[in-house]
Design a protein around this ligand. Structure first.
Ligand SMILES: [Zn+2]
Length: 604
């Protein structure tokens, strides 16, 4: 038995104190470590660097030497009977991945606070949570899905997880949050909101409920007995992390629906994005939390855990997050197709897609996708975006090959009821086998070429039978992200992305672009075009007033050197994609589209 007593001991200094008692330590000396990363976020974060002080004590309350043996591990001297470790942790990262504490609230993932006892990962892990030793501590409540063994719901108390992996899969929020709930398929869902807000919570709950219902209807049953959406609001921020029966979310205060928002068919983009995030993390409860990559069982938390399958676990999940907004009727079909157009555009605008496959992108997530630099569009492809397009191509292919009797839905349902129950995880071969078994369709060669290859996907021909047209059109501006109507006027394009503050500065130079040919570099501060000053507001306008294919002189500062670079302008390429309903679809096209985007839902 392991027991952690966790106190937000000094919120003003952002310090948690943890007292860990190991009832039966290893007689040869206990080894303890804090994970280097948290499942769901594939980057080495070295949580142990936030431990400020650590001391050990033996059963006679005498000091016990605990020697640090690497960046995240301690080796304690041999001891008979229970040992205790007392340590303080600095918690000041307001993200869903680690821990944060101040006078307004506390939040933590156990990966940030709870040392793992190397040889007792499968023993029961108990946590006693205490309020901060402050007057305001009396107002604080607790939101977590950790199984409770002492105390009233929402109060501080005692909790128990069956092992370390379960312990780190139930983050904890403490403070003065607002609490709301709804029921889907007899399962109680809670929404806890931390941070000041003016939310139209009735609206938010109704939309969330519809999304959850659509997802449970797809899988046929849920892997949890209750579920918690834990949302923290900030001025500027965005992120989510999935857990087995909860999700931690961070969003902008302004993303929430407000009482006067009205019932317009087009949702404000911030709200639509927040609902998409909720749909995404909720879907992970099945896809990655239960249906898992083989290499994640068990998680290797001391170092990177490699998998080539994030295109499935993040890509398929991303495909369904937008799709469920449509299926739950929280957004219109047209709005869904616009989101799809943006995803297609995002993938198409990076030449990295021609150099990295989604399997390679998955494997290198640790050092590439999660550590993107200015050359990212030229070098890598997102396993989220392209993965979601592969999921779309797979879904449509299965529907077409089975005369619309089978789909990716059938595959997910099969995986959940089979591989999701075994606890051994899936390999790429298992996924192909599941597709074949669930649909009777042999698609391995095709799918494998999409996953391991560099070619663009045949989306236009796959969408057409569903009464949906995919069209390429020229960029309407250098920051055009696609999805919307065609530009009225052609623009000159040089292939850069810029930031405006503190000066007009190049942040990315795209491969094979006029800017790259001219020698423009990231970090260059743009000053003038043909002798006329460039500003954040006028630089595209100045470019567009010049004749197509003409020569121009670009003046810029690189470091402290003034440079003049001759530049050959080019008309904007067809690099944005629009997905639209056909004007006059056939009855069959209409029917297939309905089955795909708005299938009838039946809850278990
Ligand atoms: Zn995800």
């Amino acid at each position: 038995m392991l027991h952690y007593r966790i106190t937000p001991i000094n919120p003003e200094a952002h310090l948690f104190e943890v007292v860990l008692t190991v009832e039966r330590p290893n007689r040869a000396g206990e080894r303890l470590y804090l994970p280097a990363w948290i499942p769901g976020s594939y980057m080495i974060r070295d949580f142990a660097r936030h431990i400020v002080t650590l001391t050990g004590e033996d059963s006679a309350r005498q000091p016990l030497r605990c020697t640090k043996i690497d960046k995240q591990s301690w080796q304690c001297d041999p001891a008979e009977g229970p040992i205790r470790l007392r340590y303080q942790i600095y918690a000041f990262d307001l993200s869903v991945r680690s821990a944060h504490l101040d006078a307004s609230h506390g939040y933590f993932n156990a990966t940030s606070l709870c040392l793992s006892v190397a040889d007792q990962a499968h023993s029961p892990h108990q946590i006693t949570l205490l309020p901060p030793p402050r007057e305001y501590g009396a107002q604080w409540r607790v939101a977590t899905t950790l199984p409770r063994i002492e105390g009233e719901p929402w109060q501080f108390g005692k909790f128990e997880a069956a092992g370390y992996e379960e312990l780190i899969d139930h983050p904890v929020e403490m403070g003065t949050f607002t609490r709301h709930s709804f029921t889907v398929a007899d399962i109680e869902h809670h929404l806890v909101i931390t941070g000041r807000h003016d939310c139209d919570c009735e609206r938010l709950l109704a939309d969330l409920r519809a999304i959850c219902a659509a997802e449970i209807a797809l899988f046929g049953s849920a892997p949890f007995k209750h579920y918690l959406f834990q949302l923290t609001l900030v001025g500027q921020g965005y992120g989510g992390l999935e857990h087995r029966s909860s999700t931690s979310l961070i969003a902008n205060r302004t993303d929430l629906p407000w009482p006067g928002m009205g019932d317009e068919p087009t949702l404000p983009s911030g709200y639509s994005q927040l609902l998409g995030l909720c749909a995404h993390e909720y879907f992970h409860s099945w896809n990655v939390k239960q249906i898992k990559p083989q290499s994640f069982i068990p998680y290797q938390l001391a170092q990177e855990s490699y998998t080539t399958l994030l295109w499935w676990f993040e890509g398929v999940t991303s495909y369904y997050d937008d799709l469920f907004l449509c299926r739950s009727e929280t957004i219109t079909i047209e709005a869904y197709l616009e989101l799809l157009g943006k995803t297609i555009t995002q993938v198409a605008q990076g030449s990295g897609r021609l150099k990295q496959s989604v399997a390679e992108s998955s494997f290198d997530a640790w050092s590439k996708f999660y550590q993107q630099n200015e050359n990212a569009p030229n070098a890598i492809v997102s396993y989220y975006s392209k993965g979601s397009l592969i999921a779309l191509a797979l879904d449509l292919s299965l529907r077409l090959a089975s005369d619309h009797q089978r789909s990716l839905d059938s595959v997910l349902r099969y995986l959940w009821h089979h591989d999701g129950q075994t606890g051994v995880g899936v390999s790429e071969a298992d996924l192909y086998r599941a597709i074949q078994t669930a649909t009777g369709i042999e698609i391995e060669a095709q799918l494998s070429s999409w996953v391991h290859g560099y070619d663009d996907l045949p989306l236009a021909s796959l969408l057409l039978p569903f009464g949906v047209a995919l069209q390429a059109q020229p960029l309407a501006s250098h920051s055009d992200s696609g999805g919307e109507s065609a530009p009225t006027r052609a623009i000159n394009w040089i292939g850069i992305r810029v930031k405006n503050r503190p000066q007009l500065t190049v942040t990315q130079v795209l491969d094979q672009s006029p800017a790259q040919f001219a020698g423009v570099s990231v970090g260059d501060r743009l000053l003038a075009l043909n002798g006329l000053e460039l500003t954040a507001d006028n630089w595209e306008q100045r470019l567009n007033r010049l004749p197509a294919e003409s020569e121009a002189m670009l003046t810029l500062f690189r470091d402290d050197l003034l440079l003049q670079l001759p530049l050959t302008l080019r008309r904007a390429p067809d690099q944005v994609w629009r997905v639209e309903l056909l004007d006059k679809p056939t009855a069959s096209q209409q029917q297939q589209r309905q089955q795909w985007l708005r299938p009838p839902l039946s809850l278990p």
